[in-house]
Unconditional design. Structure first.
Length: 318
């Protein structure tokens, strides 16, 4: 862990959040209590302007937290980061990496907390495997009237990209934990990423196409049956890849998550409602591609991928 971990503990770390969406704002607001400085970096000039002028407002269990901080659309003139959290959509990973590249030094830890599969490989190719920590978070949020509602509270799992040193991941996990977010470091992080990928593949496109928030999605018998079927397909692929994921455990957890999140809307549904491009390629598309590689048929996942991709094409978002 070395000096980087000591810097974090001294509350002097310079932290950048690449991607100022809902999850980025949750992470940024939380770590602001233990960081020396938090800066958001996003290409959306309107969003950056709002954060710069009004700050970030994150509401958790009815209690709002306001963070006044910097937000920028470029890295010009900014000092190097101690830690960068990547919270952008999967299709924007490569572009975001180039955007923040001037902020990355040999001592910088780059941490992906993104949905989907393959983001870590992109970051590792740009910054080097040893610099990158990858993970998943079970925190979820809905963007509302000038605020982000922290609708789902859950753990975050991080680990080294490839067979890297676990120390940097442990430092990130301790940093997030000290900020009040449950976090764990694991050498088997690819397993955790696929477990979250199964959850996302089952719930995000089904919600996006039906228009149902989490609770109503779980309460609709026909939709829940579809969610369970998609889950079993994705788990079969994971097991063929050598990952010991249990289908019934995932199904039970997904049911619990849908009930707990209640009126919270999945990120893909929020994207569809706002006519934004979705992460279907790095979520359902990743499952379909992996299924082809191991010779498993996943008709439900293929259908959902075709439908969401077709919806994007119809709206000129593809």
């Amino acid at each position: 862990m070395g000096g980087w971990y000591t810097v974090i503990r001294m509350n002097t770390a310079r932290v950048y959040i690449a991607g100022a969406g809902a999850i980025g704002q949750i992470i940024g607001a939380a770590v602001s209590d233990v960081a020396g400085e938090v800066v958001f970096v996003d290409v959306n000039s309107e969003l950056v302007g709002r954060i710069s002028g009004e700050g970030v407002v994150v509401e958790r269990q009815g209690v709002p937290k306001v963070l006044r901080t910097r937000a920028v659309t470029h890295a010009d003139g900014l000092p190097p980061a101690d830690l960068i959290f990547f919270c952008v959509k999967g299709f924007a990973t490569a572009a975001a990496a180039e955007l923040v590249a001037p902020l990355v030094s040999d001592a910088t830890v780059v941490c992906s907390l993104q949905n989907g599969w393959g983001n870590g490989d992109i970051l590792g190719g740009r910054f080097g495997t040893d610099a990158v920590v990858v993970g998943v978070t079970y925190n979820s949020a809905t963007v509302g009237e000038g605020k982000v509602s922290h609708t789902g509270v859950g753990p975050t799992h991080v680990g080294p990209l490839g067979n890297g040193n676990l120390a940097r991941a442990e430092g990130v996990a301790d940093f997030l934990s000290s900020a009040g977010l449950e976090a764990h470091a694991t050498a088997d992080v690819q397993h955790e990423i696929w477990k979250k990928l199964v959850l996302n593949a089952a719930t995000l496109p089904t919600a996006a196409l039906s228009g149902l928030a989490a609770g109503p999605l779980g309460a609709h018998p026909a939709m829940l049956e579809l969610v369970d079927g998609v889950t079993r397909e994705a788990v079969a692929v994971a097991r063929a890849l050598g990952l010991p994921i249990d289908a019934e455990e995932r199904i039970q957890l997904i049911h619990e998550v849908l009930e707990r999140v209640g009126d919270g809307k999945g990120s893909m549904l929020q994207d569809v409602e706002a006519s934004r491009r979705t992460e279907i390629d790095t979520i359902t598309g990743a499952v379909v591609t992996a299924a082809e590689g191991v010779g498993i048929d996943v008709p439900l996942n293929r259908a959902l991928y075709a439908l969401v991709s077709g919806l994007e094409r119809a709206r000129g978002l593809a």
